[in-house]
Design a binder for this molecule. Sequence first.
Ligand SMILES: [Zn+2]
Length: 247
Amino acid sequence: MPDHSPDTLPTPSDPSGPCPRCGRVSNFEVEKNGMWIMAKIDELGPGFAAAEQAAILRCAGCKDAVVVITDGAGSGLHWYPAPGMGTLDRAVHKGVASAYDEGMRCLGIGANRAAAVMFRSALSLFVKDKGSEAAKGERHLKTALKHMKADGDLHKSLWEWADHLNQLGNEGAHPEDYDDVTSGEAEGLGKFVRHLIAHEYEMPARLLRDQGLLADESDAERASQDSAPRGGPAGRLMNPGDPENFR
Ligand SMILES: [Zn+2]
């Protein structure tokens, strides 16, 4: 039986955790469960046992549903929609957000090397966005992040975490040089990037917004977006010049 944790993605046996649709930590109602996708001969008894099952879980926060595929023991294998997509604060650098989102989509299908490449790309764009000239000039990510820590542009705890990640410092000189990446390594890198985004972009933006010092969107605009259907007459999608359209 998997552990109960609000930090892990929801499954029928642990129906709480981050919602792949709205990004909130939420509780889920198990609407359908135990739909067999694949069976195998039961080693413990006669007949067949489920090797993969599907479930539909509905988020108490956004009221939309997600599909979860689990193994025979109930551990999550796959989620639809892919977790982590499009749930970042609008203040996050667009390139960083796009690379992180794509990395999460890769993780969701077990494409670990591709995920690591996208997470490294997010970090590299972060260095270009926030780093000093010295940090930007570094070819290796770990050294660049070390520069940023020395410059006061990266929190010490984040640098210490970065220093312990196998997948930072493994970047080869050529695209074909990438080592194998385990799912644990790719997930670890993804978590690091998520924390870095929260710490370096989202928290500062929320601090300013709550003090009324961040004019990234007027209250009137936000109110009309909250009440209008997505892409409706007052929605963000109606402004063709808004880079948010491409998130
Ligand atoms: Zn939700």
